[in-house]
Design a protein around this ligand. Structure first.
Ligand SMILES: *Cc1c(COP(=O)(O)O)cnc(C)c1O
Length: 377
């Protein structure tokens, strides 16, 4: 069986994990947490990064930081992972689902503008497949209507938009280091605060159960206490040790994924010419991290047929998000099937192919040959 996904394990994970145990500091903000934080801030040019237990918890923190309340509205794509929306609903605010662009499957800025009301407080831009949203357009809308921008860059670690790293453009950025992502600590994430000093201070407090413990550890106050709401969003230093080994291979992992992506792309061009499928698009303004390789079939039936036949041949391909507005929870929130047409259409035709750094050329060849054969009929 060719798996859909596989983490890339380098040599140093075990060594660093053992080292954390020997250092005797396995809780949050230990030696390796400091190392990965420093690494990210320097490499990705981030004003302030804080490691979290997941991208979901980074998104939850972001909702607290922008003070989402009942009555507020936040615009986000319907075509995304549930965590993009949960943080909004958890604060009692309302997710306003927008449609996506045909080319990148990223949120459509024209639809964002259409959906702005007096209640709109923020926009969450999701960089699907590690391909950047049209951030200039989104940031301009945000400026005009005085909205906050949170980037869900869960899939976008080490991707760029016009030379800037994803996650560093909006007010807040969120990363994921889940094992399905390019760089992984099993479970993990980070929140990036990109300009506002008061948000940085508050993020430290929210992440430490609503206490000013971070200031205490730096010696800025002589005892720490409960000063705001918060929770425990710190990952264990063992996870940071794992991630540090991955970051040492940042470019190597990206290069390997690029090779897989390009191999797929070149091999499937002919089928695109024959209009049997459509290939993914990376706009000029974006440098991708090659998080995902997907194809779009002509119909849901063709997609499901291809997916099933590939499975019979030992190849795991996968569809992706059920649009959130049409999920059971979306329906409970008052949305209905048919509300967001382009999203419904595209999500019914997408098929993601196996994608990981160590996917062998022979395996890709086998996958391509099978796709060609299956689509012939
Ligand atoms: C993976 C993912 C998340 C959640 O990341 P976790 O680290 O598992 O919480 C959120 N948003 C998007 C777009 C994702 O792909």
């Amino acid at each position: 069986m060719i798996p859909f996904n596989k983490s890339y394990i380098t040599k140093n994970e075990e060594i660093y994990i053992r080292d954390t145990l020997l250092r005797g500091h396995t809780h949050g903000d230990g030696y390796y947490t400091k190392q990965v934080t420093k690494f990210m801030e320097k490499t990705f040019n981030i004003k302030k990064a804080l490691m979290t237990t997941s991208c979901s918890s980074a998104l939850d923190m972001s909702a607290l930081l922008i003070d989402l309340k009942q009555g507020d509205e936040v615009i986000l794509p319907s075509y995304t992972f549930v965590s993009t929306a949960n943080d909004i609903v958890l604060r009692g605010a309302k997710p306003i689902f927008a449609d996506i662009c045909e080319d990148t499957l990223n949120i459509d800025p024209i639809d964002i503008e259409r959906k702005i009301t007096k209640k709109t407080k923020a926009i969450i831009s999701v960089h699907y497949a590690g391909v950047a949203c049209d951030m200039d357009y989104i940031m301009n809308i945000a400026k005009e209507y005085k909205l906050k921008v949170v980037e869900d860059a869960a899939q976008g670690v080490n991707s760029k938009y016009k030379g800037k790293y994803l996650g560093t453009i909006g007010d807040i950025g969120c990363y994921s280091f889940h094992s399905t992502k390019n760089y992984s600590s099993g479970e993990g994430g980070a929140i990036l605060i990109n300009n506002d000093e008061t948000l940085i201070k508050r993020a430290e407090i929210i992440r430490e159960k609503g206490t000013n413990r971070s200031q205490f550890i730096r010696g800025e106050v002589n005892k720490y206490s409960w000063v705001d709401i918060g929770s425990s969003y710190l990952p264990s230093d063992i996870l940071a040790a794992l991630l540090y080994a991955q970051f040492e291979k940042l470019d190597e992992i990206q290069k390997k994924r690029k090779k897989v992506y390009e191999n797929y792309y070149d091999s499937l061009k002919d089928l695109e010419k024959q209009e049997k499928l459509r290939l993914p698009v990376i706009p000029q303004y974006c440098e991708s991290n090659y998080h995902m390789f997907y194809i779009l079939l002509n119909s849901e039936n063709e997609r499901n047929y291809l997916m099933d036949k590939l499975k019979e041949k030992g190849i795991s391909a996968a569809f992706h998000y059920i649009p959130l507005h049409s999920s059971p929870m979306g329906l409970k929130l008052g949305y209905k099937q048919g509300d967001i047409p382009k999203t419904e259409n595209l999500s019914s035709r997408i098929l993601r192919l196996p994608m990981y750094a160590e996917l062998k050329e022979a395996d890709i060849k086998y996958i391509i040959e099978n796709i060609e054969k299956i689509l012939e009929n």
